[in-house]
Design a protein around this ligand. Structure first.
Ligand code: DC
Length: 216
């Protein structure tokens, strides 16, 4: 049997899990999948066809058509698509279709880093490493505001914060696969931690697991 190595990273929007996932995939030479993009691709397809986000059968069709090799971050990364993705992500049938694709991806050698909301709990419950990356809503809102301002935009902190709190609430309270840490996840709170420190902390956890495995 070919052994694959899986790192599952979950957490709310804006906690820094995307950057961390990329750094870890580079460092450990693993494939990388931002599973949020798969939900975004479904939402984007509905928006493009001017279909309502609660059209479940259209969302299922769009989910079947999602090609993991063709996820276009530039098109899918807008705030509006993220909001819409959080809405289509409540449908269990849509989730089942996407989760199957995500599991196939994780099984491809040499393994992968997957980030999302339900990786450690549902998609890869047997992952070798599970990280739950979080930060306070205020810190995440401030980071988002700085990001917008760094590209010359303007935004209102209070509105961004309200948006983040609403998205957290939707992702954490849905019946199917809500956002929550797996029982065996390592928690990384990045509220007062730069991404480099979070990366070093994650590496220490992973290297420890790898060393124990080598000595077993
Ligand atoms: O991480 P993101 O902002 O790209 O995710 C967009 C939405 O997709 C998020 O609000 C909820 C949904 N999502 C999910 O339900 N499960 C995942 N594994 C990843 C994202």
């Amino acid at each position: 049997m070919t052994h694959t190595f899986t790192i599952a990273i979950d957490g709310p929007a804006g906690a820094g899990k995307g950057t961390l996932a990329r750094r870890l995939a580079d460092h450990y030479r693993l494939n990388l999948l931002d599973t949020g993009l798969t939900y975004r691709a479904v939402a984007y397809a509905l928006i493009q066809h001017a279909l309502p986000l609660d059209n479940v059968s259209a969302a299922e069709t769009a989910a079947r058509q999602v090609d993991l090799a063709k996820l276009d971050r530039a098109v899918l990364s807008t705030h509006a698509v993220g909001e819409a993705a959080s809405k289509v992500a409540v449908y269990p049938t849509v989730r089942r279709i996407l989760v199957e694709k995500q599991r196939d991806f994780a099984k491809t050698p040499p393994g992968a880093v997957l980030d999302g909301r339900d990786i450690g709990t549902v998609v890869c419950p047997d992952a070798d490493i599970k990280l739950y990356v979080t930060a306070s809503a205020e810190v995440r809102a401030q980071r988002r505001l700085s990001e917008i301002e760094s590209i010359g935009g303007t935004a209102d902190f209070t509105e961004i914060l309200a948006d983040i709190v609403r998205r957290d609430e939707r992702d954490m309270s849905r019946a199917d696969s809500p956002l929550k840490p797996a029982a065996d996840a390592h928690l990384l709170d990045t509220s007062e931690m730069a991404i480099e420190a979070a990366f070093l902390a994650a590496m220490a956890i992973i290297d420890d697991v790898l060393a124990k495995r080598d000595n077993a």
